[in-house]
Design a protein around this ligand. Sequence first.
Ligand code: ATP
Length: 274
Amino acid sequence: MANSNLDRQSTNVLQVENAKVKRGERLLLANINFTVKAGEFIAIAGENGCGKSTLLSILCAADTAQSALVHGEICIQNVPLKHYKVQQLATIRAVMCQHQSSPFGFFVDEILTLARHAVIEPSHLRHACIAGVSEALDLRHLLHRNIQTLSGGERQRVYLAKALLQLIPSSLEDDLSGKLLLLDEPTSALDLRHQKLVMALLAKLSQGGLSIICISHDINLITPYCTRMLVLANQGVIADGAPNQVLTHGVLKQCYQTDLHLLKHPEHGVFVTH
Ligand SMILES: Nc1ncnc2c1ncn2[C@@H]1O[C@H](COP(=O)(O)OP(=O)(O)OP(=O)(O)O)[C@@H](O)[C@H]1O
């Protein structure tokens, strides 16, 4: 265990070097530098429109966002993103966007099976893998439903399952060191039980080596689970560190341009309220 922790600390899964991000003529972010190690669970916070989703799209190499990166280099496992083939990248990183949709009326089990199309495995192992992820995200009762008939929260859990199934070699128990999961507000439609279920699962997967970057406006939900928080404001990263250290009255005011109260929670550290 000590050895694998040591390896994780020395494994650069993602490096963002001097990134400058623009949309049209508008500069969103400049001088962005950070490195993500194996097993880190990083929350990204920032006000509406500051560039969080744009940054995430650049990190996942989405075609639609590459023109927004006007300067800098993004590397995954020390290799520049532009040197990857799409198929190769798909085995290392997965993404769940903020507004994901399915234009066709696929059944949930079809969507989850498609997520593993690049994995060569016997069908009984594929079924077991899909069953394990479905169980973990409370989807088993939805597998034979048409995606277009699901509620917002149900769909959100399907899309998270799809991203996980793209990444895991055979089960949620695998060592996921070196793999990267990029999430844009994955719990925004979830009820309290499913918020807790998803956060606990993400924390468990990060302990198993998965690197996670998760945009969230729900600071109180994510801080007990994440290992690190990046706060974006004024076109840059204004704080980067453990949530308890990052979340101060001054940082929150600079980020959200309003006065917020901080309460100390005995178990969960800092709690932000109006
Ligand atoms: N395709 C685009 N063309 C032009 N401007 C865009 C485009 N996509 C986003 N923007 C603008 O870039 C800015 C950053 O958008 P982005 O979606 O990255 O913000 P965000 O920090 O994720 O916000 P939110 O918290 O509201 O989700 C916004 O002002 C948005 O209007």
